[in-house]
Design a protein. Structure first.
Lengths: 216, 216
């Protein structure tokens, strides 16, 4: 048994359930058959209660015996070293997995997250939407020619890219059939479904506990 | 001699010279003592002339014998495997280097680049500025307590984070003395100066050549 612990919040509102980023780590562990425990920090004072573990006040972070690591993308690359299921071991396959993992973080999410962030503030920013449309169009071209991003097989790069793309507002942006088929293909995997159900279950259980503890 | 080739543009306008992202790769090679060649694609039709090598139409990308890899962050992590100078080899040090490299790409640059992008369009976006101020403040707290991000020593995480932070508009944003000292510390390194001079020299030579070829 491994000593992996995934840290997440003790509770979140209903909206983000099924999308909180500990899901990326749960999913990777399920793909790789790595056992893990889940521990929590309090959602309420999250911006200050775990800065020693995550200096931006976010989750997830991962513990593996004496190693501790934050940033979901870094945790995924760390976990990928443990399992061929997440990353091929040949130098070409590994380089392709690495480049597409970083592309998800720095070419796609760099545009989708700020676009979504402004949208939440009611700002339908045309410049960011134009930039995002261009990037997603370039990705659509790639995905219309292959099933998986790296090395002709599923890897942690697909896990991350699909997680970035499955956000409902991003998914609804434009008509991109190859991307839509790709997101379905990746999130149809049993490991994703198991990880997502486990996360939703974790937060729903917290909800029930809160209600029970509420004074009558 | 290694077979490393860094691909960049044949020419860029004066503004971005010294900041084009092939610099990150040149700098890493200089730190690690890795020999490299520089080859170019045409700036003019850059959005379509190398999509087989870089599907977002950007540079740099790196060739290493039969391996080819794009995304500057991915190239840096790839190069880091070749040299202890770029990344410590113990599991804790490696995890710290990885997490801070990803933090530069996905927690800091994810905010600074869209903020700068909108600023170029004349949009002084207050929501993005607020978000950026928060992230840069969190980073300032970290940098006020340590000289290097990972493992108590210089690593590729510092190279990347300093390159993200040294952009003049980001540097001028707010009063962050520890961050400013950090950027100076990292960019005072001989390898940075050599790489930057080489990049500027590369583009200036292209400029002279263009002028010579211009009909009189």
């Amino acid at each position: 048994m491994s000593g992996l612990t995934i840290w997440t919040y003790d509770w979140v509102p209903e909206g983000p359930r099924g999308f909180v980023r500990d899901l990326r780590l749960r999913w990777a562990c399920e793909e790789a058959g790595l056992r893990y425990a889940v521990r929590t920090i309090a959602f309420e004072d999250r911006e200050t209660n775990h800065l020693a573990h995550q200096p931006f006040g976010q989750i997830p972070f991962l513990q593996d015996e004496e190693v501790e690591i934050f940033e979901s993308g870094a945790c995924l690359l760390y976990l990928a070293r443990k399992s061929d299921t997440l990353m091929p071991r040949d130098s070409k396959g590994e380089a392709q997995t690495l480049q597409w993992t970083i592309a998800a973080l720095n070419s796609i999410e760099m545009v989708t997250v700020p676009w979504w962030f402004l949208k939440v503030f009611g700002d339908e920013n045309a410049d960011l939407a134009g930039w995002m449309g261009k990037r997603l169009g370039q990705l659509e071209r790639v995905l219309s020619e292959r099933e998986w991003l790296a090395a002709g097989r599923f890897s942690v790069a697909d896990l991350l890219m699909a997680d970035v793309l499955r956000v409902s507002k991003v998914r609804a942006f434009g008509d991109r059939p190859a991307t839509e088929a790709y997101v379905k293909r990746v999130t149809d995997r049993a490991a994703f479904k198991k990880a997502q159900a486990a996360q939703i279950g974790h937060f729903e259980a917290a909800d029930r506990k809160r209600k029970e503890e509420r004074p009558h």
